[in-house]
Design a protein around this ligand. Sequence first.
Ligand code: F6R
Length: 256
Amino acid sequence: MEVILKSDPESLCRLAADMITDLMQRKPDAVLGLATGSTPLKLYAELIRRHREEGLDFSRVRTFNLDEYVGLGPDHPQSYASYMRNHFFSSVNVHPDSTHIPNGFTEDIPAECAAYEQAIQDAGGIDLQILGIGTDGHIGFNEPTSSLTSRTRIKTLTARTLADNARFFEQEADQPHHVITMGIGTILESRQAVLLAFGDSKADAIAQAVEGPLTASVPASALQLHPKAHVFVDEAAGSQLERQDYYRWVYDQKPR
Ligand code: F6R
């Protein structure tokens, strides 16, 4: 696991954007795994800037999002499909047919989940997966005690995640308690994974995920099994890491 600590989220998002740009230059039809929430907003803004100002071309890129709320159709303002359109897809030249988000409005959830896994396989697998982390250590919406080999399926959100995400909903009753999420096994099959975390509220989860034991109680700790996982944290999110000096030492010696 590579851990990079920097003072500001902006420079970490530029680093993540550099990784995506390099990948797209090597493989114009790259398969990106994408996340929603507050964390990747600056990354999407940077990718949009590179598209507009530097001609970064998404015309052949394929995308798969981690998750979607059960019961919210793609046009619902709080759906992750709306989020992705508003914050990224409508501002770059990705083909709408090449973007994939689980359909939370389906009547057959197991069939939707199996089809989502198949679509990822048919695309040749995910080249680079962007991840955020929940304050309870979730990745995707794999809440604590999720199987470390899980595939795309329905999950029930924890009370903590519901509270963390309540800010996106006008009324408590509007917030779905269930999601369709890629599994931990699905995420571990990505060829590279970049976990972004900013702010104090993520410090405990990051320390447990990176330096704690591998455990289903902290789903992000499963990234310890990933062959190419990068953890990009600002000072606040990295503040409880015991080996901060070592991570900085490694980064300073990295050939550039
Ligand atoms: C979102 C997702 C979640 C979020 C996590 C952090 O698609 O899968 O794991 O990344 O809940 O959310 P924010 O970034 O809002 O703190």
